[in-house]
Design a protein around this ligand. Sequence first.
Ligand SMILES: NC(=O)c1ccc[n+]([C@@H]2O[C@H](COP(=O)([O-])OP(=O)(O)OC[C@H]3O[C@@H](n4cnc5c(N)ncnc54)[C@H](OP(=O)(O)O)[C@@H]3O)[C@@H](O)[C@H]2O)c1
Length: 384
Amino acid sequence: MKNIAILGATGSIGINTLDVLSRHPDKYNVFALSANNNWEKMQKLCVKYMPEFAVMANADAAESLRKVVPDEVTVLQGEGSLNDIASHQRTDFVMAAIVGGAGLSSTFAAASSGKRVMLANKESLVLGGNLLINAAKISGAELIPVDSEHSAIFQCLQGGKEGLNKIQLTASGGPFLKTPSAELYNVTPKQACNHPKWKMGRKISVDSATLMNKGLEVIEAHFLFQLLPSKIEVVIHPQSIVHSFVYFEDGSVLSQLGLPDMRSAISYALSFPSRQTSGVEDLDLTKQAPLEFLSPDMDRFKCLGLAYEALEKGGSAPGTLNAANEIAVEAFLNKKIGFLDIGTTIEKTLAITPTSSLDTLVSVVENDLLSRQIAQSVIEPSLL
Ligand SMILES: NC(=O)c1ccc[n+]([C@@H]2O[C@H](COP(=O)([O-])OP(=O)(O)OC[C@H]3O[C@@H](n4cnc5c(N)ncnc54)[C@H](OP(=O)(O)O)[C@@H]3O)[C@@H](O)[C@H]2O)c1
């Protein structure tokens, strides 16, 4: 029986993880759950899954939760408690599914203490890069990707990396794949969050609409699979059935297919190296629309190009890209800036913020804070 801590339990990945776990009560025990503010949803999860610990990042939310959970559930609060749960000696597997840079510290805690880290929180790898990979190496932690594309590549590489030419990440293209440039100025947060294929949290939905999600995934793939940026390509595949490709020097191309449902990748991260049922229906290719593959439009979606530039620049640049993106997406969701201002904000922030090498977690956090401040000051004039 494996004890599972789900960080970000009230989110889209968290709920999908609980769905997979509840199909295998003989294998997994819900040990700890965490959320930020949403104590009402957490209360329901606590009643249903009876974890030993429930951690709320927000102090008021923890106070409210404490009054309504069963006595058996201990409610904790704050980032320190998240780290404690992630590294708890009774935790076996950690689902890192907090959204954004807020997941960095707990992902590091899990990676530094030898856990199986089921990595949905791609931002922590974009921010922490090799530091996170090295922390896992030293402690013996397993980093198993949960992003569907990286799970696909991870699955295709089980035979080893020998003869690998390149990888190709598939991207749905998001809700604005066919929207003309001129119309992108006026798209609303509601339209941006209306993803045609995947049901996800609001931040990653906007990232998918700008293609920044794919940019972050290129950086994630660079660190996870230790590949040069030139070996990582992106191809638009609107049907989201093929979850990525791996090209080998003998002309063979491996890929992993499945319906667009995160439970496949979550289940594999849990059961690796074996497999188990996940609740995802069988794929019937005869019932699918024809599968299309297109080159990404780097002019209309500048965020993808910015991610490649930050990766080439290295050091703190990917962290700055991520911080600026988080600030810009939040401003867009709060209707303070337009959709196309997201890319412009990131571009300007990257140009202003000095690039440094990041050798410690402290320097990663400092760069994140500085980049957020700069991104905020880039946005402010547009609010006048
Ligand atoms: N959704 C997908 O299909 C998908 C696919 C691949 C990768 N991912 C990645 O998985 C991660 C989670 O995505 P999601 O779509 O599940 O996000 P989501 O639905 O927005 O859920 C985010 C979770 O993180 C918690 N959270 C937010 N801010 C926090 C903070 N400051 N401190 C602690 N916890 C915080 C939220 O708690 P509250 O509910 O209290 O706000 C919630 O539990 C992201 O990194 C995303 O890129 C997601």
